[in-house]
Write a protein that binds this ligand. Structure first.
Ligand SMILES: Nc1ncnc2c1ncn2[C@@H]1O[C@H](COP(=O)(O)OP(=O)(O)OP(=O)(O)O)[C@@H](O)[C@H]1O
Ligand SMILES: [Mg+2]
Length: 316
């Protein structure tokens, strides 16, 4: 199951993603926490104090070669773009930390597998853009066969940047973190508008909620989309100072909110066929908009019309 945390800058996306990841790990679930933000803070919020793992977006040629496997429709990494769908021969992934990709690009933080897209660095300035790095996450998710009881938690870039690609449609649940402010709920409305018609399950998680008035404000603005809320948390402040305690010690009301987030996520059912249709639709859009020109070939030919990803692919 995949969950993305989105929202206004500073709303608490990284905090929510880190706490939720640790919560799942403490319950004994496999969990991969992905930092897809430009400013990479998720590792720190998880309590990681070593060097960051090798970035997934730092070597796109390796990633593309790894994922295309022996797919005859993708003869080289050069013609693989962020939306290129998997097909027969592609390497489909699981969350086993012993797998080649996770061994290469992730670290363990207290039972959470942590993966990063990579910082916006000097080489990106004026040459490409950060989208190529979030593109690495899109490619990764499009080749991942995850099932119930295992989780991918993604800390996304602020605001509407998530719409620069099809990445925003790759989740079972998208949680928009919002403080009880006009700007916070404004970002929610904008997100909901952009996501409309793309089958995105979008809910709101209030954050830094102080009193009943804050809750009433959020409920009045977002209605039933409100999934729950976090209050000001001493646990989070202590974690911020480097003392990350077990999530079991989180304030009970905040812990109950994590239960609600998990319940909402577990309730979702992945429709693999619809998921793959989305992959193909975004690929065609990207191919027409820039990919065909950039690759010098018709990228629609990368789509195998008979390919169906998902558990069915592995059992038949
Ligand atoms: N419930 C909370 N209780 C106390 N402090 C909090 C809470 N939520 C977030 N914070 C603090 O607020 C600050 C911003 O949170 P965070 O970094 O998670 O936001 P963000 O949305 O990821 O920001 P950015 O857009 O910069 O990535 C951090 O210092 C964090 O520790
Ligand atoms: Mg953040």
């Amino acid at each position: 199951m995949r969950i993305a945390f989105v929202g206004k800058g500073g709303s608490g996306k990284t905090t929510a993603a880190a706490v939720f990841s640790r919560y799942l790990a403490e319950l004994g679930h496999p969990v991969l926490a992905v930092d897809a933000d430009i400013n990479q803070h998720l590792g720190q919020a998880l309590g990681h104090d070593g060097p960051p793992p090798r970035a997934l977006g730092s070597d796109l040629a390796w990633l593309k070669d790894h994922l295309r496997g022996t797919n005859p429709r993708i003869p080289s990494a050069d013609v693989m773009i962020k939306t290129t769908p998997p097909g027969p021969g592609s390497r489909l992934l699981d969350l086993d930390p012993a797998g080649e990709l996770l061994r290469r690009c992730s670290v363990d933080v207290a039972g959470v597998r942590h993966l990063v897209t990579g910082e916006f660095d000097e080489a990106d300035i004026g040459v490409s853009c950060y989208h190529s790095k979030t593109g690495a996450v899109e490619l990764y998710l499009n080749h991942l066969l995850d099932g119930p009881g295992e989780y991918v938690v993604v800390d996304m870039t602020a605001g509407a940047d998530a719409f620069a690609s099809g990445l925003f449609t790759r989740f079972d649940l998208t949680v928009l973190v919002s403080e009880p402010t006009r700007r916070g709920v404004g970002v929610y409305r904008q997100y909901a508008e952009h996501a409309a018609g793309h089958g995105v399950a979008l809910r709101v998680l209030g954050n830094k909620v102080v009193d009943a008035e804050d809750v009433a404000y959020l409920r009045g603005e977002v209605g039933d989309a409100l999934l729950g809320w976090f209050g000001q948390s001493g646990w989070v402040r202590a974690a911020e100072r480097g003392a990350v305690a077990p999530v079991a010690q989180l304030e009970p009301a905040n812990l109950a909110t994590l239960d609600a987030v998990r319940a909402a996520l577990d309730e979702q059912e992945r429709d693999w066929a619809a998921y793959h249709r989305g992959t193909v639709a975004f690929h065609l859009r990207n191919a027409q908009a820039w990919g065909n020109r950039s690759a010098g070939t018709d990228l629609a030919a990368q789509i195998d019309p008979d390919f169906r990803p998902g558990p069915v692919t592995t059992t038949h």
